[in-house]
Design a protein around this ligand. Structure first.
Ligand code: ADP
Ligand code: MG
Length: 683
């Protein structure tokens, strides 16, 4: 079968996504390939499809059981012979896999890297007609990355032992990791490398300064009730508290962190995977195993640690390519927390300096004056022309003002108060408020007392936050987190540099409507009905909803409103196998009627041109069952015969006579009419 046909028939996709075709073709040409594509780009297809297009077995190495299980499940649902060998298999399951391997029944075998360390694996694979090795999440070979899996280092050995074509996939694209993958997996023979940009155009990017953080978070989640999301929080306790707060608001939510029992953790992961619209409030321990394609938002309740971490975490949203939202809440406390984590860590000084610089880059993104996408991609070395239209700053331009004067007032107040106070006290001094603390410190007589009345307290807080984000001032943990000046503040204090600041965000409109009504208002009930059907089918089979059909497919069903199995095949995401399995159930929802049963011989032609011919011949055979006159002996054409004719498309009586089941009597009765139909059909 051709690659395009496989794409449609087995995976049910109309077309390749950007980057996929080139990779699939290179792999099908027998080339070794390293492909670096962003999360959600559709890397799995790049090895699954070539695996189906060739003889023999493709072995996939994947780091997490959850990832393997999902892929195997999806493949099986599409009618592909796939299996996994992992430590989670029961003995019976493993025996079945071994038997399937012996009998050469499998197209794809997923194995956990731990297997490579076990004796016998190499021997097992040697006898299994392996033609392709695919390494998913290939950055796991990197010892410096956060996902290092020591067993990944054995892949090179396996590759040499089997001597087969090898492909590697990852979303982590920095040059260092890339070189490591090449060195450790491919050795001397450099693979053909494909790199696709970092942009995830379907993700909406937004940062908001915290003012009432709990309310901001609840408001956001409530406006998106029923959608599945991840909320990242900085502490274990906070995940529990916030999950409860969400439940109190009627949102289905669970918490997740590394302090939970392994079983409970797994159960939560499983629930998130399977349940429609669950929100998980988690620490960053909730991570790599999350491969759910229809996560509609990622909200950071606290500032992440770096741009890399931020990008990884938001990247979990919207893998299906549909619009998804991200929101990061941050404030001075976050900045203080992150800085103290760095300072209190055990890293050597130069490493700490580098970590502060990383944090500064993230803060620059948080406080960016325009298009966040440009800033974000710029961090990864990608140029972007700006005005993405998909971030809060493009939607709502922030107002900038010359903040030099304000900054000098704030900085010199810090200086005059001897770098011993936090922003609350400093703002009191700037505003000329005579609190007990101000009086007893003698700060009513410093020269900056009361010189900042042109701004209110909120505005001063905004200014202090921006000075922190610009790393001009820092909290000093050794002085009870008093603010101190950094050398970078000096040129501003001396009037040698100017400073543009953002008029805040705090006063800007807080509530933005959730993006993307999925379908038109009047179609909403239909979509809900389809989702309910999907849930019922998924629950019955104990698989995640998207294994039945992803959101995208349901939305397209609503748009096209197919009324027959043939029309159903036009919907993206529906291949022959899925149609056979679920078509009738969904058609019933769409048409409101129980569809007539379709003969299996006809079902083969769903969505194909031959289907129309099949129907015409069937009709004709019915009309002529008793001959032209209607009085002759009864002759019928079975669906199997009609199927054979529709496939063979005979244009002459002699070729028609060669179709199995077409005896002389039938050729005589139907022959001429059928040949006419075929030749008309060809015109
Ligand atoms: P990655 O591994 O690159 O993060 P996946 O392979 O998990 O991405 O694919 C993400 C989602 O995109 C899956 O739901 C998959 O079914 C879907 N997908 C992949 N290729 C296509 C395509 N050509 N058309 C439509 N959807 C696709
Ligand atoms: Mg993947």
């Amino acid at each position: 079968m051709s690659l395009d046909l496989l794409l449609k028939e087995t995976f049910g996709f109309e077309s390749f996504r950007p980057g996929q075709r080139e990779i699939v073709e290179a792999v099908s040409d027998g080339k070794d390939v390293l492909a670096i594509l962003p999360t959600g780009a559709g890397k799995s297809l790049c090895f699954q499809l070539p695996a189906l297009a060739r003889e023999g077995l493709t072995v996939v190495i994947s780091p997490l059981i959850a990832l393997m299980r999902d892929q195997v499940r999806s493949l099986q649902a599409a009618g592909v012979a796939a299996a996994a060998l992992t430590s989670a298999n029961t003995e019976g399951e493993t025996d079945d896999v071994f038997a399937a391997l012996r009998e050469k029944r499998l197209k794809l075998l997923y194995i956990a890297p731990e297997r490579l360390a076990m004796g016998g694996t190499e021997r097992l694979l040697r006898g299994a007609d392996v033609r392709l090795l695919a390494i998913d999440e290939a950055h796991c070979v990197s010892q410096w990355g956060h996902d290092f899996r020591p067993d990944y280092l054995r892949i090179g050995e396996l590759r040499r032992a089997l001597g087969v074509q090898t492909t590697a996939f990852t979303a982590t694209a920095d040059a260092e990791t890339r070189d490591e993958i090449v060195a450790k997996v491919f050795g001397e023979n450099a693979p053909q490398t494909f790199i696709q940009g970092f942009d995830r155009p379907n993700l909406f990017l937004e940062f908001r300064p915290k003012n009432r953080p709990r309310a901001q978070l609840l408001e956001f989640a409530k406006a998106r009730k029923g959608r599945s999301g991840i909320i990242y929080a900085a502490s274990r306790n906070k995940t529990e508290v916030l999950a409860q707060a969400l439940r109190d608001e009627g949102i289905i939510a669970a918490h997740y962190h590394a302090g939970m029992e392994p079983d409970t953790r797994r159960a939560t992961e499983e629930r998130f995977q399977i349940e429609d619209g669950l929100v998980v409030v988690a620490t960053i321990a909730f991570g790599m195993g999350v491969d759910k394609p229809d996560i509609r938002y990622v909200l950071h309740a606290d500032l992440p640690k770096s741009v890399e971490a931020y990008y990884q975490e938001i990247g979990r949203a919207g893998r299906d390519g549909l619009p998804a939202e991200t929101l990061t809440l941050y404030g001075p406390d976050d900045i203080r927390l992150r800085r103290s984590q760095i300072d209190e860590g055990l890293a050597p000084p130069d490493r700490k300096a580098a970590d502060h610089a990383r944090l500064n880059a993230l803060l620059a993104l948080a406080e960016a004056p325009n298009c966040r996408r440009t800033t974000l991609l710029g961090y990864f070395g990608e140029e972007y022309e700006g005005n993405c239209g998909g971030c809060d700053l493009c939607r709502d331009k922030p107002e900038l003002f010359d903040g030099t004067e304000a900054a000098r007032k704030a900085l010199s107040t810090i200086y005059r108060c001897e770098e011993r106070y936090g922003s609350g006290h400093l703002i009191d001094v700037l505003l000329g408020v005579e609190t007990e603390k101000v009086r007893s410190a003698g700060h009513t007589s410093v020269s900056t007392f009361g010189i900042g009345r042109e701004y209110d307290r909120n505005q001063w807080q905004t200014i202090f936050r921006q000075l922190m984000a610009l790393d001009l001032i820092r909290h000093d943990p050794s002085r009870m987190n008093a603010l101190r000046l950094l050398p970078t503040a000096r040129p501003i204090l001396r009037g040698e540099e100017t400073l543009m600041l953002r008029r805040d965000a705090v006063v800007r409109k807080e509530v933005r409507r959730a993006v993307s009504a999925e379908v038109a208002e009047e179609d909403q009930p239909l979509l809900s009905a389809l989702k309910a059907k999907r849930r019922a089918l998924a629950e019955a089979q104990k698989v995640p909803a998207y294994v039945v059909f992803p959101d995208r497919t349901l939305i397209e069903m609503v748009r096209l409103k197919p009324q027959s199995p043939d029309e159903m095949m036009q919907v993206s995401g529906i291949g022959a196998k899925k149609l056979e399995r679920y078509g009738a159930a969904f058609l019933q929802v769409l048409t409101g009627e129980t569809p007539e049963p379709v003969h299996p011989a006809r079902a083969k032609f769903h969505g194909k041109e031959a289907g129309a011919l099949f129907d015409q011949i069937t009709e004709l055979a019915r009309e002529m069952a008793y001959g032209e006159t209607g009085t002759e002996k009864l002759l019928t054409l079975s669906p199997a015969i009609v199927a054979r004719i529709s496939e063979a498309r005979p244009s002459s009586l002699s070729t028609l006579a060669q179709v199995r089941g077409m005896d002389d009597a039938r050729v005589e009765r139907f022959g001429e009419a059928i040949c006419n139909l075929v030749s008309n059909d060809a015109e």
